[in-house]
Write a protein that binds this ligand. Structure first.
Ligand code: UTP
Length: 293
């Protein structure tokens, strides 16, 4: 069965970005002029997803508004004959079929995914976390779907994580099976670095068989008294093979301050209108920093 549906959980509180996230979703933070979330939705669409379910929570209205029509703005741009901006604004609201489901309380990523169970039904589906941007010609989700199409089994995207960050990820133990592909043996949520089974962590992209829902439910609450997706994956792994794939591409964790700054700098350097001026500025800053040392 083809993977045509995706869940994008975006109901977390974004405490690492307070106070900004007091009144705006962290997923709407802009990378120069485009919210992080748009890159995530575009990745889903470019991977062949036709139906997107966004899990929202309190204070996340800006996400719905962003993907909705904006008649006043469109009228204003039309009056000013600003056709380029008008097209840009219209394209956003006609990207894809988007549905919203509310997670009443942020009880964890596993719980957020469970909210979409009825909508997904008995089909395989993708999950894209709303604060990871991954840049690559072939989108990360498309890479996972390719593996799913080949083996018919859940596949999670992984990458090597710095030692001091191991305790922020679900860390896997795996057996190398093929180029960049592991058969999952175990996964541990946020281990102390010295207890981590490897340096390879699950990032925010997954493709699951629908059996994951029952496994998340059966696992219940875990670390931090939250319903952890990792615990559901662990249970699923007892009855079905799961693959972990070291995806191709560059990932920006924009839910983390340094990751967010890196994304802005790299996107500016890839932008023809900004590149030269930004490079010039970075050189100036670097030179004055070095002279201070
Ligand atoms: P994070 O832990 O990175 O997001 O969850 P957070 O809780 O919003 O951020 P911090 O740590 O407080 O700064 C990973 C993803 O899971 C979603 C988040 O929105 C994010 O996309 N999530 C998390 C939910 O949808 N619901 C939850 O209950 C928890």
């Amino acid at each position: 069965m083809n993977v045509k549906k995706a869940i994008i959980p975006a109901a977390g509180l974004g405490t690492r970005f307070l106070p900004a996230t007091k009144s705006m979703p962290k997923e709407m933070l802009p990378i120069i002029d485009t919210p992080v979330f748009q890159y995530v939705v575009e990745e889903a669409i470019e991977s062949g997803i036709e139906d997107i379910i966004i899990i929202t929570g309190r204070g996340k209205r800006a996400i719905e508004d962003y993907f909705d029509d904006s008649p006043e703005l469109e009228m204003h741009l039309a009056k000013k004959h600003n056709t380029d901006l008008l097209k840009l604004v219209r394209d956003i609201s006609s990207l894809v079929d988007i549905h919203y489901i509310r997670q009443k309380e942020p009880l964890g990523l596993g719980d957020a995914i469970l909210r979409a169970e009825k909508h997904i039904g008995n089909e395989p589906f993708a999950v894209l976390l709303g604060d990871d941007i991954i840049v690559n010609d072939k989108p990360c989700t498309a890479q996972l779907i390719e593996n799913f199409d080949k083996y018919g089994r859940s596949t999670i995207a992984v990458e090597e994580v710095p030692y001091e960050k191991l305790s922020s990820y679900g860390i896997i133990k795996g057996k190398l099976f093929d180029d960049s592909l592991y058969v999952l043996e175990d996964i541990v949520e946020k281990p102390a670095p010295e207890d981590a089974p490897s340096k390879i962590g699950a990032i925010g992209r997954y493709v699951f068989t629908p059996e994951i829902f029952d496994c998340i439910k059966a696992a219940g609450k875990g670390v931090g008294n939250e319903v952890q997706l990792t615990d559901g994956i662990r249970l699923l792994n007892e009855s079905q093979t799961i693959y972990a794939y070291e995806f191709k591409g560059t990932r920006y964790d924009t839910g983390d301050k340094l990751g967010y700054v890196k994304a802005i700098v790299d996107f500016a350097l890839r932008n023809d209108f900004l590149r030269d001026d930004v490079l010039e500025y970075l050189k100036l800053v670097t030179a004055s920093e070095t002279s201070l040392e």
